[in-house]
Design a protein around this ligand. Sequence first.
Ligand code: TXA
Ligand code: MG
Length: 349
Amino acid sequence: MKTKVIKVEEDQIDEDVIEEAARIIQEGGLVSFPTETVYGLGANGLDEEAVSKIFKAKGRPQDNPLILHISDLDELDQLVSEIPDQARICMDKFWPGPLTLIFKRSSLVPDAITAGLETVAIRMPSDKIARALIRKSQRPIAAPSANTSGKPSPTAAEHVYRDLNTRLEMIIDGGRTGIGLESTVLDLTEDVPTILRPGGITYEDLREVLGEVRIDKSIVSLDKNIIPKSPGQKYRHYAPNSDMYIYEGELEAVVEAISRRAQEEVAAGRKVGIMATDETRASYEGARVYSMGSRKAEAEIAHNLFSILREMDREEVDIILAESVDFSSMGLAIMNRMTKAAGGRIIKA
Ligand code: TXA
Ligand code: MG
């Protein structure tokens, strides 16, 4: 099928485009749209057949459940069987925004959404284009990140186009996404709220309003025996085509170790890509050096991470050497994505 790409400005939304996109959703088709985190690949979340097209377009494993996106709070009741107090606190404070909450599902939610689980993931995005589309569609929109399964999530419309062209009806191009990493997934169906995927809303943010918050072990551990509670976290993910290695330790030692390795690789005839930071980029030579941003501005690093991984693919580098960042605040989400992109290859410098 021919994929239509249409530009829309977030502060001057063209209603005709939203109407056309909403019609596609209502008729069971696929539309990619921007959110504040990454681009989503949307379908009518209550239509089993439309939802199955998402899995097919992405090549997504069937056992990985999808997030339902809503635009207004009154759409929630029909989708869940219970709203715990802690959920209300989170919704009050962080919706609309980059926080996905796991609820006990209602019977209205198709099995294809939950992959057979008794729970359902729900998020209310803050992006104006996303909300206009959901509202106009008058349906909850099921939307995973709009990438081929396993690839870095798309933070620009051209990333979606490159991965999924001809597999969907329309891409709404709203420019680069702000946050650049996916939403935080928080499970509220157990005694203690548990972060299943770190993201735009940080552990520190959540602890401030909820008190005790757990972090699912799989997020920071490389132990293959720990099975993540969020099915999506168990797959190799966000992965560039080339092998990636993360170097951690004292910054000076990291720069030295990466420089040495880069020299060896270049001498062996390989094309090397280095993922550095503003503070260190000038220290490297002889390789393609990309700065993820300043170490003092984790939001900047989050914003740039996936597009740099895609840039490495475009440049066809043979090997990627990346600096690690601190785990605090957004750093947890950044390191979670980087560790998965590297398939767990972390080197102590
Ligand atoms: O920021 C985002 O969340 C983006 C935008 C488009 O909204 N969406 C996104 O969707 O990242 P996706 O499908 O790429 O990731 C959804 C994650 C997966 O790790 C999945 O396993 C988890 O949420 N998930 C979905 N339903 C779940 C459930 N019932 N229990 C546990 N984890 C669930
Ligand atoms: Mg994804």
